[in-house]
Ligand binder design. Structure first.
Ligand code: 0O2
Length: 216
């Protein structure tokens, strides 16, 4: 079986349709892996670490925009090589501890190669953005060959996702030049999100440590 790696031998990628087919397959592969992990976790620990999953293929317009920002020509070769989030999966968890649990479970899977990790929870962005990003390389078995595709995983809590959605909307509306008081308020809200996440996690841990048959 011929081993063709999309990220490394991008020149062999023939058509846009074929590329999108591969990235779509990568989303399906990783989606199934995540569902299995969630089901098994539910079976053993009686709860789901994943609240919900959103996946998407980046639009051609956004791909072209990103390539332009990076200073590359809009070619299929460049897009496969330089745009890391053509296939993206957002995993929304209840608690911060679930994020690291999921990340660890994924990194233990032999067929997945971890290309990079960005922990914006430990090191939030200047904007206040918090999320855990993993760039992974996934094998796809086609009818006559094996190919690989990059998938960007963004793992975050419900509260982090709520914040990121509004901040994204604001950034988009003002094209990155939002009024200072809005930026400052967003940073304050990011602090509240962190506080809420920490308190909810502590509450959850306390609930789990208390016996159920005792009167309080
Ligand atoms: P969009 O419109 O969401 O697709 P890379 O993707 O690795 O080449 P970068 O910027 O170094 O480029 O990667 P990073 O920091 O991991 O960010 C990737 C994605 O995370 C972004 O994709 C956003 O979806 C999200 N993100 C990063 N920073 C912020 C932030 O400050 N606020 C919000 N709301 N989201 C953020 P895109 O393509 O930049 O944008």
């Amino acid at each position: 079986m011929m081993n063709r790696t999309y990220n490394r031998e991008a020149s062999q990628v023939e058509t846009w349709t074929e590329v999108i087919l591969v990235y779509n397959s990568a989303l399906k592969e990783v989606g199934t892996k995540l569902e299995i992990l969630n089901d098994e976790f539910q079976h053993i620990h009686r709860y789901n670490p994943i609240e919900h999953i959103k996946s998407r293929i980046k639009t051609s317009e956004s791909i072209v925009k990103k390539l332009k920002r990076y200073g590359y020509e809009s070619t299929i070769e460049n897009m496969v090589k330089y745009v890391n989030d053509i296939a993206g999966i957002r995993i929304i968890c209840s608690f911060t501890s679930d994020i690291y649990r999921i990340a660890e479970m994924i990194s233990h899977q032999d067929d997945i190669e971890i290309l990079s990790i960005k922990d914006y929870i430990e090191h939030p962005k200047e904007s206040g953005y918090k999320s855990y990003h993993m760039l992974i390389n996934v094998p796809i078995f086609l009818s006559d060959r094996l190919v690989h595709a990059k998938v960007e995983l963004q793992i975050r809590t419900v509260a982090m996702d709520f914040w990121a959605s509004l901040e994204h909307k604001i950034r988009y509306k003002f094209e990155g030049k939002a009024p200072l008081h809005i930026k400052e308020e967003l940073i304050r809200c990011a602090g509240m999100v962190s506080d809420l996440d920490a308190r909810m996690m502590a509450l959850n841990e306390e609930i789990h440590s208390l016996p159920v048959d005792k009167e309080y």
